[in-house]
Ligand binder design. Structure first.
Ligand code: VGL
Ligand code: ZN
Length: 204
């Protein structure tokens, strides 16, 4: 049993949005092909309260994309994005959302960020995704969406740690590359951890 896990394909992460990922609008067709072929399709949704501590606007004297120490962890500060109930937090048009069986929201606790669709960044709280996939007898997970060097990366790392055979098809992901080379480094980490990073992929 395989599952397609669509990461954070939301309006605020598309070009023109406050946290627009370059080329984020170019991955619709290849993701839709995977949606058609997957046994099970799930999605994550970045879903922050306006008071979220990952927003630079909630720390005086900071600017977006700075890194600070926050609650004992390194945190990149972001522009306000994916605020609960806003259009920016809505799933972006173009994907065939009808096949999505379950949605896992993350980043809801104002005191911690959550890049992975499985756990928060402190690995303290589970979203329930792992248990859900296991209850559905999923063995193979394909991770697609935004952004390669943040939420896709940490979701893939957790998928491997949770024991899933994990595939990341590059044609279905785009990265932020805050510093040039971040995407390359992320892909190396994911590969080293045991995921299969492939240019393109299709379900047999
Ligand atoms: C993401 C930064 C902040 C992502 C979410 O989906 O990759 N990146 N929140
Ligand atoms: Zn976020």
């Amino acid at each position: 049993m395989n599952a397609l896990v669509i990461i954070d394909y939301q309006n605020d992460f598309l070009p023109g949005g406050p946290l627009g990922v370059p080329g984020g609008d170019e991955i619709v067709d290849p993701i839709n092909r995977l949606i058609d072929g997957a046994d099970l399709v799930v999605a994550s949704q970045d879903w922050h309260p306006a008071s979220h501590g990952s927003f630079a606007s909630n720390h005086t004297g900071t600017k977006p994309f700075e890194t600070i120490e926050w609650n004992g962890m390194e945190q990149t500060l972001w522009p306000d994005h994916c605020v609960q109930g806003t259009t920016g937090a809505d799933f972006a048009a173009g994907l065939n959302w009808n096949r999505v069986e379950a949605i896992f929201r993350k980043g809801t606790d104002p005191q911690i960020d959550s890049y992975s669709a499985f756990f928060d960044n402190g690995h303290k709280r589970s979203t329930g995704l792992s248990g859900y996939l296991k209850s559905m007898n999923v063995t193979d997970v394909v991770v697609v969406g935004l952004a390669t060097d943040f939420c896709v990366k940490f979701t893939a790392l957790d998928a491997i740690a949770e024991g899933f055979r994990t595939i990341v098809p590059l044609e279905t992901c785009r990265g932020v590359d805050l510093n040039e080379g971040d995407v390359e480094t992320a892909l190396k980490e994911v590969t080293t951890a045991g995921a299969m990073v492939e240019d393109s992929f299709s379900f047999a």
